[in-house]
Ligand binder design. Sequence first.
Ligand code: DC
Length: 215
Amino acid sequence: MTMQNFTIAIDGPAAAGKGTLSRQIAEAYGFHHLDTGLTYRATAKALLDTGLPLDDEIIAEKIAREVELGGLDRDILSKHEIGEAASKIAVMPSVRRALVEAQRRFSEKQPGTVLDGRDIGTVVCPQAPVKLYVTASPEVRARRRYDEIVGRGGPADYAEIFEDVKRRDERDMGRADSPLKPAGDAHLLDTSEMSIEAAFQAAKSIIDAALNRNT
Ligand code: DC
């Protein structure tokens, strides 16, 4: 008998803390982790680097099919312009299809996987035994992003970041294909007033309960 793999689907808006939480969960359970936002970012970066248009779906899909999941560098891909471009190409159904196929293949790795993004519980892994929807108020998310940039020594303007967070939410939640929304059976985790440790403990009890049900 082959052992069943165990998938944890984590969704939520930009800067809600799902990246940190996902990495901690993957480490704690010894699971493989994929930040699916990086696959959209890598596609966008390849287009930007080669001067290819961001609004040509056929070209964007071709580039999306060439993205290597093993070579995604968070530091390089975290740039603001890349995030903006990623959110634009993420509205294209054929780009999404190409990346979702690669993400699904990743999700089957043994012994388990943690995937984070916008549509993991709704589209990529609807059968996942654990789905978390991690959120926080736009004000808190903008403040965290501001602190992060200032912490790295960069210049930051809170009002600008706040507007940006709201614009990104509108684009991610308003698109026709796979909009950001909690799956019907997702556990909601509002981290507005939670420390990283408290969010991790809350997630851990949900995951442990599901693991116990599965054995
Ligand atoms: O999480 P992030 O900022 O790295 O994501 C960048 C963009 O990619 C985001 O604006 C929307 C898109 N994205 C998506 O549409 N679906 C995913 N599963 C992950 C990211």
